[in-house]
Design a protein around this ligand. Structure first.
Ligand code: 0X9
Ligand code: ZN
Length: 311
C-alpha cells in the first residue's frame, strides 16, 4: 500500500522514501535532517535531474505534517514524490527545478496521533524545568518560528493547542525546517508548507494582514496554483481561496513557517490548507461516550475518508 493511497504510519512512509531513493539513485538523494525530540529521524528527499549541481536552477521546498493531525498532508507530499520520480507525466517540473520534499516534519506528533490522540496538533516535547510540561506536552510548530514570535494568535499557556514554545525555535523540528530553508536559500524560489483544512492558499503576512513587497507575485502565482488544482480535482472540493493568511483564514498568527521563510528571503511562500470534509470518521463510534473529540464537528475535517486522498 502506497502512502498516497492511505494514511500510513511513519515507518511505512519512510519505507516508501527508501524505496524511491533506492530505485532512482540518479535523481533522488535521501537526507536525514536530524532527529525529533523523541529521537525519530526526520527525513527528506532531494530530487534533481542534475544532482543539485546546476546553480542556475531554482529550488522548490515542500514540507508536511508540522501539525500532527492533518493526515491528508503526508499523502499529498508522497504523491508529489510519486509524480516527480515514478510517474513523470509533467517532466518539465524536474527539468526546470530542483525539489526538496519532507513529508513528516513532526514525526513524534504524527505517531502520537495514530497511537493515542487522533486530533493531536503539536510536537511532543517537554521541558525538564517546567513540571506542567510533563502533563501538557508539545509546542505548536507553526507558532515556534522566529517571526514576530509570541505576539499575536499564539499562546503562552503551555497547555494550549497554539502554545508558541518557551522561545523561538525551542523545537528541534522547527530548527530542522529552518536549516533546510537557510542551506538552500540562495536558490529557493518557492516554499509550500502543507496543512489542512479549508481549501486555501495563504501567503504573508499573518501577524497583521499586511502585504509583502512581493504581494503581486505571491497573488499571481497563488491564483495560477489554485486554477491548476481546480482543473485536476473532483468538483466535490471547492476551489482554493487565495490570499493573505490573516485575511483569508480570519485570524492573525505569529511564528508561522510561511512568514519566517518569506522574511529570510524566499520569494514565494505559501501555507496550503488542503481540503477537508466533515463526516463521521468512525461510523461505529457511539457519539455519547466519545472521548477523543471525534464528535467535535470542526475536528472531523481533519479526517477525510481515504477514498478522497487522490482527488
Ligand atoms: O493556524 C495555523 O497554523 C494554520 N491553520 S491550521 O488549521 N492548519 O492550524 C494557518 C496558518 C496560516 N498561515 C500563517 N499563520 N502564516
Ligand atoms: Zn496546520
Amino acid at each position: 500500500e502506497k502512502p498516497y493511497d492511505n494514511y500510513l504510519r511513519l515507518d511505512a512512509i519512510y519505507n516508501y522514501m527508501d524505496e524511491v531513493a533506492a530505485n532512482y539513485p540518479n535523481i533522488v538523494k535521501q537526507v536525514t535532517a536530524g532527529r525529533s525530540f523523541q529521537g525519530r529521524p526526520i527525513k527528506y528527499l532531494k530530487i534533481s535531474s542534475t544532482n543539485f549541481e546546476d546553480r542556475s536552477k531554482s529550488i522548490i521546498f515542500v514540507d508536511a505534517t508540522l501539525h500532527a493531525r492533518e493526515w491528508i498532508t503526508p499523502p499529498a507530499a508522497a504523491y508529489a514524490i510519486h509524480k516527480l520520480v515514478e510517474n513523470r507525466t509533467d517532466p518539465e517540473l524536474l527539468d526546470n527545478f530542483d525539489w526538496i520534499i519532507m513529508p513528516v516534519s513532526n514525526p513524534d506528533g504524527y505517531e502520537f496521533s495514530h497511537t493515542n490522540e487522533r486530533f493531536w496538533r503539536k510536537t511532543r516535547s517537554f521541558n525538564i524545568e517546567n513540571l506542567i510540561s510533563f502533563i501538557c506536552r508539545g509546542v505548536d510548530g507553526n507558532r515556534n518560528f522566529d517571526i514576530h514570535w509570541g505576539t499575536v494568535g499564539s499562546s503562552d499557556d503551555i497547555c494550549a493547542d497554539n502554545y508558541a514554545g518557551s522561545a523561538p525555535f525551542s523545537e528541534i523540528e522547527t530548527r530542522l525546517v529552518r536549516d533546510v530553508l537557510k542551506e538552500n536559500l540562495s536558490r529557493m524560489i518557492l516554499y509550500i508548507t502543507l496543512h489542512s483544512y479549508g481549501s486555501m492558499i495563504l501567503y504573508p503576512w499573518s501577524h497583521d494582514g499586511s502585504l509583502s513587497n512581493n504581494a503581486l507575485g505571491l497573488h499571481t502565482v497563488g491564483i495560477a496554483m489554485a486554477d491548476a488544482i481546480f482543473a485536476k480535482t473532483l468538483p466535490i472540493f471547492p476551489r482554493y481561496t487565495v490570499g493573505n493568511s490573516m485575511l483569508v483564514i480570519g485570524y492573525p498568527s505569529s511564528g508561522a513557517a510561511e512568514d519566517y521563510a518569506h522574511s529570510i528571503g524566499v520569494p514565494l511562500t505559501y501555507t496550503y490548507e488542503l481540503p477537508g470534509i466533515e463526516h463521521d470518521y468512525d461510523e461505529d463510534d457511539d457519539d455519547e461516550d466519545d472521548d477523543d473529540f471525534a464528535n467535535d464537528d470542526h475536528l472531523k475535517g481533519f479526517h477525510l475518508d481515504p477514498q478522497y486522498i487522490r482527488p
